[in-house]
Design a protein. Sequence first.
Length: 97
Amino acid sequence: MTEINGGCTKLPPAKGAWINSTTGSYVVEDTVVIYSYLLRPELFEQRFEELVEFLHTFGRETQQDAVMAEFSGWVDGEGYVNEAFFIPSASFADPSL
């Protein structure tokens, strides 16, 4: 995100919890939120596939059932946009995604 948007901020760790869909076990883990503001939206759009690839790799390497990316903010002339994308683990299995 630093390369694409010129910077990012990682918030202090928080506790997250989820139920593993394969084992049914309850998982508690540290999680972080990273903010990055789009200074150059055109560069973000050009490199969006890199972000998607990173999220899939991150999900595989950290053995997550899902990861989430949220895009929100003001859009000139269109008001406020908020979209959240949950990427399920089934898509982590296919490295072409």
